[in-house]
Ligand binder design. Structure first.
Ligand SMILES: Nc1ncnc2c1ncn2[C@@H]1O[C@H](COP(=O)(O)OP(=O)(O)OP(=O)(O)O)[C@@H](O)[C@H]1O
Length: 661
């Protein structure tokens, strides 16, 4: 608790987290649902670790801007330098460590004031001005190196966003990504434009005159680009498009293409596998694995594939790229051959990786360092290409799918307003009686939510008792309560209790609600109709963290059933070690899932955790209907609060010659 832990990539993250702040270059996701007891323990721990901090550093520590890990690492770096490091440079270093802890890859020095903005205890001039920080850091042994040794743990770079301060490891990773992408943009695959047009026509059929088919355009661009980003919201057909892209590329290769298909998590990989297997357009026998498996990368070790041992694929597809950390992206790009096509798929507006980096969002917004090589005429539909608003972006290999194929127009309208940060529009839309798909419910008017929950429980109970696996799974996905927090009465804990009470008193009156305490493994015997959430990956049972299933009767025993694509899997409850009863779940955990109806529970007061990205992710989990429980003020504040992770990937950065890597 409260200390630092090293993840598989060796990055430094605080397990306890500091006080979460959002807006500017900070992120709040890491602190999801920590209880007061955890925070109290952290405070005690930090108080010991902060001993000896003086001046501004002490203020930043005691006010919660910095935590023990930030200070500890800064002191270590300063000690390793072997020369005295002045206080201002130490503050810069500590803020750079903190930036990584909150998901940024660097500290945007010109925006340091935003960090302390939400901390009332830190009054100006507690923090040095950006110019003073840059001056102190440039002359510091942390950046320029000490006379006694080669260690230079920090990198100070210039960018369009002003000076950026990096821990060297993250600068290296970012630089590797930048250089790899730049190099891949210098040429295009040597393909015959006529063959591309013919393969696209075979897969997509003849182009409808005058229509703008972005899925088709994505396939054309995949044929003529080494790197392609396929971005889009839920249900815009990203997976559908990937299956067709693979089919087009396979035709161009004469059927001999080697495909590496991967996703950041076990669950996302399993879902991708199911989706691709179910799509006749995709080449058969493609296997989706995690990015770690693809690279042969075990925790704490060096990946098997890398700079000196390239992956043996002609095309590598990464799904759910928004969840990919910068470390993983840098390892992946180091491992692909220059003549391997890389296709990155995902929704840049969703929550980013829990580790540092928001690589997909950065790549969508990235400015090219050079003019892109012209797209071969004849390979793309010229009238479509010419009429694009974002033609420059498409030329750089970023195609954003727009048309939703899954949910109703109302949800799409609200999601778009959330993405624009237009709080007034969101508030107006949820209050509009004409727009029935999304509504705002005051926290003391929960009758409608209760009706939904009771219908949900009753349908699961009925199907579970009857041993109807498909019916139970349909009922399970008919509704889901999603909370921003894990703990507290407005979190998963409190709402799980509330849901069990409702179920016990409603039509499902015989509900044998077991303790739904979040994070506690089930101890009692499950009952038919009980919804369960898997909390850890298990290769043997092919169940993954975030999967949900239902208990059903099967003769005189019980089974837990899960759905993966069109397949239903059945497991005896004793085979599932890491499951908890599922009555509500965090929005973070719901990523990658879809439900017919969703109830999104906002905390009663503005929570730093509640950001635009979190709200967007929650709302877009629903196919048909969303109820947001909370006040107008909290909703509007959430739309305005943005997690902007600082990074140097969006525009070119320059460093002193000595720092070129
Ligand atoms: N051009 C199309 N014509 C017909 N159906 C389509 C088309 N594009 C997508 N679909 C269908 O729309 C649904 C959603 O598509 P898909 O799953 O590919 O979206 P997605 O963007 O990958 O969604 P998510 O991000 O939620 O996984 C699927 O049933 C898919 O078959």
């Amino acid at each position: 608790m409260g200390g630092a832990r090293r993840d598989g990539g060796g990055s430094v993250r605080s397990a306890g987290g500091g006080r979460p702040v959002s807006g500017g270059q900070v992120g709040a996701a890491e602190t999801a649902g920590r209880g007061d007891d955890v925070l109290a323990a952290r405070t005690r721990y930090d108080a010991r670790s902060f001993a000896g901090a003086e001046g501004v550093l002490a203020t930043l520590c005691s006010s919660g801007v910095l935590d023990a890990a930030d200070l500890h690492i800064t002191r270590r770096l300063a000690r390793l330098c072997g020369e005295p490091v002045d206080e201002v440079a130490q503050i810069g270093a500590a803020l750079a460590v903190r930036a990584v802890r909150f998901g940024s890859t660097c500290l945007a020095v010109s925006r340091v004031a935003e960090i302390v903005g939400p901390f009332p205890d830190v009054t100006p001039p507690a923090l040095p001005a950006p110019d003073d920080l840059v001056r102190a850091l440039s002359g510091s042994p942390l950046v320029r190196g000490a006379d006694t040794g080669p260690l230079r743990p920090l990198v100070l770079a210039s960018s369009a966003d002003g000076p950026l301060l990096y821990l060297r490891k993250y600068f290296r990773q970012e630089q590797l990504i930048r250089e790899a992408l730049d190099a891949r943009e210098l040429t295009r695959p040597d393909v015959d434009a006529g063959a591309v047009a013919a393969a696209v026509e075979e897969v997509f059929g003849p182009a409808a005159p005058g229509s703008v088919d972005l899925q088709r355009l994505a396939a054309q661009m995949a044929a003529v680009s080494w790197t392609l980003v396929v971005a889009g919201g839920p249900g815009t057909g990203k997976t559908y498009t990937v299956a067709r892209i693979l089919s087009v590329l396979d035709r161009l290769s004469g059927g001999s293409m080697r495909i590496g298909l991967c996703a950041p998590t076990g669950r996302a990989a399993a879902q991708l596998q199911a989706a691709v297997s179910a799509d006749d357009a995709a080449p058969p026998s493609v296997r989706a694995v995690t990015v770690h498996s693809l690279l042969g990368w075990r925790p704490g070790s060096t990946p098997r594939y890398g700079r000196g041992n390239k992956l043996p694929y002609d095309v590598v597809v990464v799904d759910e790229t928004s969840m990919l950390s910068m470390t993983a992206m840098s390892k992946l790009l180091a491992a692909v051959r220059p003549d391997t096509r890389v296709i990155l798929v995902g929704d840049p507006h969703q929550l980013a990786s829990v580790e540092a980096g928001a690589v997909l969002a950065d790549l969508v917004d990235r400015e090219a360092s050079a003019t892109p090589v012209a797209v071969p005429p004849g390979a793309v539909d010229v009238h479509v290409f010419a009429g694009l608003d974002d033609r420059d972006r498409v030329e750089r290999g970023v195609v954003t799918l727009q048309r939703g194929h899954r949910f109703g127009g109302g949800i799409a309208q609200v999601a778009a307003a959330i993405n624009r940060g237009d709080a007034d529009a969101v508030v107006a839309l949820v209050a509009d009686p004409e727009l029935s798909e999304v509504s705002l419910v005051p926290p003391d008017e929960l009758d409608g939510v209760r009706d939904d929950v009771e219908a949900w429980g009753a349908a699961m109970s009925r199907a579970g008792e009857q041993g109807d696996a498909a019916g139970a799974l349909d009922a399970l996905d008919a509704h889901r309560v999603l909370c921003a927090h894990r703990d507290g009465s407005w979190g998963v804990q409190g709402w799980s209790r509330r849901v069990v009470e409702w179920l016990a008193g409603g039509e499902a009156g015989t509900w044998q609600g077991r303790s739904p305490g979040a994070g506690t493994a089930t101890s009692a015997i499950p009952h038919p109709g009980e919804p369960l959430l898997v909390t850890a990956n298990n290769r043997q049972t092919a169940t993954f963290n975030g999967d949900s299933g239902v208990v059903i009767r099967s003769g005189d025993t019980l089974e837990v059933v899960f759905r993966r694509g069109s397949e239903i899997r059945r497991l005896h409850p004793t085979r599932l070690a890491d499951v908890v009863p599922l009555y509500a779940m965090t929005i973070h955990r719901s990523q990658g899932s879809q439900f017919d109806g969703v109830t999104v529970v906002l905390p009663p007061e503005g929570s730093e955790l509640l950001t635009r990205e979190l709200l967007y992710t929650a709302v877009t989990r629903a196919r048909r209907h969303v109820r947001i429980v909370g006040s107008t003020e909290v909703l509007a504040a959430a739309v305005r609060r943005r997690v902007q992770r600082a990074s140097g990937l969006r525009s070119p950065v320059t460093v002193t010659e000595r720092d070129q890597l």
